[in-house]
Ligand binder design. Structure first.
Ligand code: NAP
Ligand code: GDP
Length: 324
C-alpha cells in the first residue's frame, strides 16, 4: 500500500455498486471482514448519479470525497444486446469512464481500479491471451463498441501516470456470474439468461432453448471471487498495467457443459435445444492467469458447479427482486 493510504483510512467509492460485481464487493466488505477500521465504503447506483453526466459525476465525488475508487459502472449486457447496440455501448462507456477518471484525477483520488473484460481482447490472436495483448488488433465484431471504450481505460491509465504520476489501474475479469446478475432472457449474459430460461422451461414444461451451437468456450469466474480479488488489487497491487482475473486455461469449457450444470442445479429434466440460427459470438477468448498466479499462487476459485448451484439457489429464492 502507498504512504497516503497508510496515513488516513480509505474512503472508497464503488461506482456500479448496485450491480453483479458491486453487490459481491459489498458482501465481501460487509460480511467477510473486508473493511478495515476507520474505512468508509460507499456503493453507488445510477439512481444516485448518472455518470454519463459530468456535473452529476462531480457532485457525487464532492459529496463523498473518495480517496480511492473502484470503478465498475458501465453499460453492460450479453452478446445479443451488444449486437443490437454497439454505438450506445461505445458512447455511454466512453463518457462514464472519462468522467470518472478525470474527476478522480481532479479531486486527487490516490488510486482507481477500473474494470476491463476479456471480451475486449483481439479476435484474431494466439492463445492464451495475456495482459500485454489487449491492443494487438481489432476486437470481435459483435462487441466492438464496448471493447473500444474499455480499451481506452487502459490508455487513460497510462496517460494519468505518464503526465500526473497517478496510480490508476484496471482488472480484466473473464465471464462473471453470481447473485444479483441480470437474468433477462434477451439482454443477460449466458449463465444468468440460461438460469432464468431453465427455470421458466421447468415451470412451463417446455424445452430449454439455448442460443447458438453450445460449442463456444468460456472461462467463468464467480462474482464473490472477483470481489475478493478486487480488494487485493485495491490494497496490494501496485502496477498501472492491468491484471487478468480468471480461473486457469484448463477450466475453460464449452457453453453446453455449463448448460448441463444449470440443468442439474435446477433439476431440469426436459429437452435441451440448441438454436443454431442465433450467433455464437466469439468462439473462445482463452485468457492466461499466469500473472495473477505469480502474485497469488494459493488463491482458491469457487468451482463452477458450486458457483452455479449457489447462483441458481439465489435466483429461485429471490425471484421477486432479481433483475429479470
Ligand atoms: P451490472 O450488474 O449490469 O451492473 C452495472 C452497474 O453499473 C450497476 O450498478 C449500474 O447501476 C451501473 N451503471 C450503469 N450505467 C450507469 C450510469 N450511466 N451511471 C451510473 N451507474 C451506471 O454489471 P456487472 O456485471 O456488475 O459489471 C461491473 C463491471 O464489470 C463493468 O465495468 C463490466 O464491464 C465489468 N465486467 C463484467 C463482466 C461480466 O461478465 N458481467 C465481465 C468482465 C467485466 P444501476 O443498476 O443502478 O443502474
Ligand atoms: P460473451 O461471453 O461476451 O460472448 O457474452 P455472453 O455471456 O452473452 O455469452 C455468449 C455465448 O453464450 C454465445 O456463444 C452464445 O451463443 C451463448 N448463449 C447460449 N444461450 C445464450 C443466452 O440465452 N444468452 C446469451 N447471452 N448467450 C447465450
Amino acid at each position: 500500500m502507498d504512504s497516503q493510504t497508510k496515513a488516513e483510512p480509505m474512503r472508497v467509492l464503488v461506482t456500479g455498486g448496485s450491480g453483479l460485481v458491486g453487490k459481491a464487493i459489498e458482501h465481501v466488505v460487509k460480511q467477510e471482514g473486508g473493511c478495515l477500521e476507520g474505512e468508509q465504503w460507499t456503493f453507488l447506483s445510477s439512481k444516485e448519479a448518472n455518470l454519463v453526466d459530468l456535473q452529476q459525476t462531480r457532485a457525487v465525488f464532492e459529496k463523498y470525497r473518495p480517496t480511492h475508487v473502484i470503478h465498475l459502472a458501465a453499460k453492460v449486457g450479453g452478446l445479443y444486446l451488444h449486437m443490437k447496440e454497439n454505438l450506445h455501448f461505445l458512447r455511454d462507456n466512453l463518457r462514464i469512464n472519462d468522467n470518472v477518471l478525470q474527476t478522480s484525477h481532479e479531486r486527487g483520488v490516490t488510486k482507481v481500479v477500473s474494470c476491463l473484460s476479456s471480451c475486449i481482447f483481439p479476435d484474431k490472436t494466439t492463445y492464451p491471451i495475456d495482459e500485454s495483448m489487449i491492443h494487438n488488433g481489432p476486437p470481435h465484431d459483435s462487441n466492438f463498441g464496448y471493447s473500444h471504450a474499455k480499451r481506452m481505460i487502459d490508455i487513460q491509465n497510462r496517460g494519468y501516470f505518464a503526465q500526473h504520476g497517478r496510480r490508476y489501474t484496471a482488472v480484466i475479469p473473464t465471464n462473471v456470474y453470481g447473485p444479483y446478475d441480470n437474468f433477462n432472457f434477451e439482454n443477460g449474459h449466458v449463465l444468468s439468461a440460461l438460469m432464468h430460461k431453465t427455470y421458466a422451461a421447468k415451470k412451463e414444461g417446455t424445452p430449454l432453448q439455448v442460443w447458438g451451437s453450445g460449442t463456444p468456450r468460456r472461462q467463468f469466474i464467480y462474482s464473490l471471487d472477483v470481489a475478493r480479488l478486487f480488494l487485493w488489487v485495491l490494497r496490494e497491487y501496485d502496477e498501472i498495467d492491468p491484471i487478468i482475473l480468471s480461473v486457469g486455461e484448463e477450466e475453460e469449457l464449452p457453453i453446453k457443459d455449463a448448460v448441463e450444470m444449470i440443468a442439474d442445479a435446477l433439476d431440469f429434466k426436459g429437452q435441451i435445444v440448441f438454436d443454431t440460427s442465433k450467433s455464437d459470438g466469439q468462439m473462445k477468448k482463452t485468457a492466461s492467469n499466469a500473472k495473477l498466479r505469480r502474485y497469488l499462487p494459493d488463491f482458491t476459485f469457487t468451482p463452477l458447479s458450486e458457483g452455479i448451484k449457489k447462483t441458481c439457489d439465489w435466483f429461485v429464492n429471490n425471484y421477486d427482486i432479481a433483475r429479470t
